[in-house]
Design a binder for this molecule. Sequence first.
Ligand code: 5GP
Length: 307
Amino acid sequence: MPRVAPPEVDRVAAAHAAVAARRARASVKLAIHDRSRSAVDVVEAAWADPLATAEASLRVRELLTSIPTLGPTRTAKAMGELGIADSKRVGGLGVRQRRKLVEWLVHREHRDTPQRARLVVLAGPTAVGKGTVSTYIREHYPDVHVSVSATTRLPRVGEVHGVNYYFVSDDDFDRLIETDQMLETATVHNAFRYGTPRAPIDEALSAGKSVLLEIDLQGARSVRKVLPDALLVFLLPPTWEELVRRLIGRNTEDSAEQQRRLETAKVELAAQDEFDHRVVNSTVSTAAREVVDLMLVPKYNRSFTHG
Ligand code: 5GP
C-alpha cells in the first residue's frame, strides 16, 4: 500500500515537536551533568510523573553518559551488567529493570559523591531505646559524631563522665547557659536538666562529619528552630506493649517514676508527625543503619527534601 504523506502543516508541527523534545532531553542531560539533578531523581520522575516526557524518552545510555564520572566505556559495561538494550528508553523499562537500574544508581551515588555533613536529631518516647541506638552508632560508625550531653542527674552504674554524659552540678549547668555554650537545654521528666554543648557540634560539622543528637522532644523542637536544616528522626517502639515492657524491664526507676515516664511517653508518641522520618526500633542494628543512611546526603543533590 502506498504510504500517505501527512499534510504539510502536520509535518511542520511534528518537526517542531521533535526539536522541542530533543531540547528538553538535552536540558535533563545537562542537569545531570552539572549535578543539579541526580540520575535517580530523573528516573523516578520519568516513572512517577506523566508530564515528565523528557525524562521518560531519554535513552538509558544517554542518562548514564550524562553522569559526570561515567564515560562511554563504563556506560556500555553497566548496560551489559544491567541487561538493558542500547536503544532502551527510561520510560520503556520493565519493573525488574527499573529496580536494578535504581539500585545500581543509588549504590554509585553513595560511593562516588562527596557526602554533605548533616545534623540528625534522634528523639522518641522514653524507653524506646534511643540511648541504645545512639550508643550502637557511636561504636559502629566512627564517621558519625555522637553528641555528648550535659546533665544535672547523677550517673547510673556503668555510666562514664564524658562518654555517656557530662555530669555537672546545677551551678555548672547555669554557667554553661550563661556563657552561651548550649545549643539547647530542657528539663526532662520534671526532674533534671539536660543540654547539648554547642562547640563540639560546630567543630564536627565544619570538619565534614555528620552529627547525631539523642535528645528529648523539647530539645528536638528547639534544634529545629535554631537549625532548620537539621533532620528530625522519631524512633518508634514496635508496639505500645513493647514500650511498656522495655520501661518496666530496665528497672532503673521506681514505680512512681515509671508511671510518670509512661505518661510522658504517651504525649511524646503523639508528636511523631512533627518529625521528618520515623524509624521503628525492632532491632538495634537495623534501626541504627536506617538512621545512619539518612545522614548520607549527596552533597550536590539539591532536590533532597525531608519526608
Ligand atoms: P536519661 O536520664 O534516661 O539518660 O535521659 C532522659 C531523657 O533525656 C532522654 O529522653 C534523653 O533523650 C533526654 N536527653 C538526653 N540528653 C539530652 C539533651 O542534651 N537535651 C535534651 N533536650 N534532652 C536530652
